[in-house]
Design a protein around this ligand. Structure first.
Ligand SMILES: Nc1ncnc2c1ncn2[C@@H]1O[C@H](COP(=O)(O)OP(=O)(O)OP(=O)(O)O)[C@@H](O)[C@H]1O
Ligand SMILES: [Mg+2]
Length: 315
């Protein structure tokens, strides 16, 4: 039995029902770079017609440099963009369905908002940041939804670094200074619908802060800014974070990245055990192949799709 099959079996035993991926919407470009991307207008309102309330500091609009992201390996090469965009559309559908379409348990039966999502993995280097960024870009393409990408990997704040916001205040400032206004630290980007919360000022006790009661308040405040937004956290690896269980419990959904052919089966099982049965868990099989001579295949699956997408003969 493969890692994938075992992980799915575990999910089934825990009673969770992974959502079916919907067919991809019509998006002939297949590109993650949205055609609607433009610099945020100075008043900070990015959508034409919706009930959205997100604004952030428009004066600090972050430029998303797709070429630089590609060079740093966090976006696929152009010739693989279409395939990846398709895979992310498949990945995001059940996430959106759970978040907005009543797939989630009623409020009294859950501990966290279904619109909050933690991207994690058992071990380092499995593709959390790659997945968080590409998923955020794909979610930002949704006309009716926006996404807040939080950098929660304090030891390796890769999101903040690649987006050039490492020196901006962010999550850790919110955790250490309760008087800080959450929205004032939110940075709009020139990709419509995408907002970034940098990691913020370094702290010795970052791990403990991420699992603090204040973190729950911050996540809750962020998702409360706009009823149409998804709050997405790029987090540290589960098995390297002593507070991972508490952190996971603050999120309604967890996307666990599994690097095909690399992540030991036991690590996946242990990480799933730590996450527990609170959040809805989806698995992403990440074929992080760097050798383009073998096609640089990106394999993703979520819930029920995982076995199908993962049948690459590598497990
Ligand atoms: N699907 C993919 N295709 C190609 N390369 C990938 C893919 N996923 C990840 N990578 C590459 O693998 C490396 C690790 O990915 P990433 O930084 O996203 O992992 P991580 O889990 O966030 O690591 P860390 O634990 O160090 O934060 C990066 O160099 C990234 O470019
Ligand atoms: Mg990372």
């Amino acid at each position: 039995m493969s890692i994938v099959e075992r992980a799915l079996k575990r999910l089934q035993q825990s009673g969770q029902q992974p959502a079916q991926a919907a067919p991809p919407p019509a998006d002939p470009s297949g590109r993650a770079i949205p055609a609607k991307a433009k610099v945020a207008p100075s008043h900070g309102v990015l959508r034409d017609s919706s009930t959205r309330r997100l604004a952030g500091d428009a004066a600090k609009t972050v430029h998303i440099d797709f070429d630089a992201l590609r060079r740093s390996g966090l976006l696929p090469p152009e010739h693989q963009q279409r395939e990846l965009a398709h895979q992310y559309r498949t990945l995001k559908r059940p996430i959106l369905k759970f978040a907005f379409d009543g797939d989630a348990p009623p409020a009294e039966a859950r501990t966290a908002s279904p619109r909050t999502l933690m991207v994690t993995s058992a071990l380092p280097g499995e593709g959390k940041t790659f997945t968080a960024l590409n998923l955020a870009l794909s979610l930002a393409l949704e006309k009716d939804h926006s996404v807040i990408l939080m950098d929660g990997d304090a030891p390796k704040p890769h999101v903040s670094h690649v987006l050039g916001v490492s020196s901006e205040p962010g999550l850790l400032d919110l955790l250490t200074e309760p008087a800080r206004d959450v929205e004032s630290l939110l940075l709009p980007t020139d990709v419509r619908g995408l907002y970034v919360l940098p990691v913020g000022r370094r702290s010795e006790s970052a791990t403990e802060l991420l699992a603090s009661a204040r973190m729950r308040q911050v996540v809750s405040a962020l998702e409360g800014l706009d009823e149409n937004c998804i709050v997405l956290l790029d987090s540290p690896p589960i098995l390297l974070t002593s507070e991972a269980q508490v952190l996971a419990s603050l999120f309604g959904q967890v996307v666990m990245v599994v690097r095909a052919g690399v992540t030991p089966q036991q690590a996946v099982t242990d990480a799933l055990g730590i996450i527990g049965e609170g959040p809805r868990v989806g698995l992403v099989l990440n074929q992080a192949l760097h050798d383009n001579s073998v096609g640089g295949y990106y394999g993703y699956g979520y819930g029920d799709d995982f076995t199908g997408a993962g049948q690459t003969g590598q497990q």
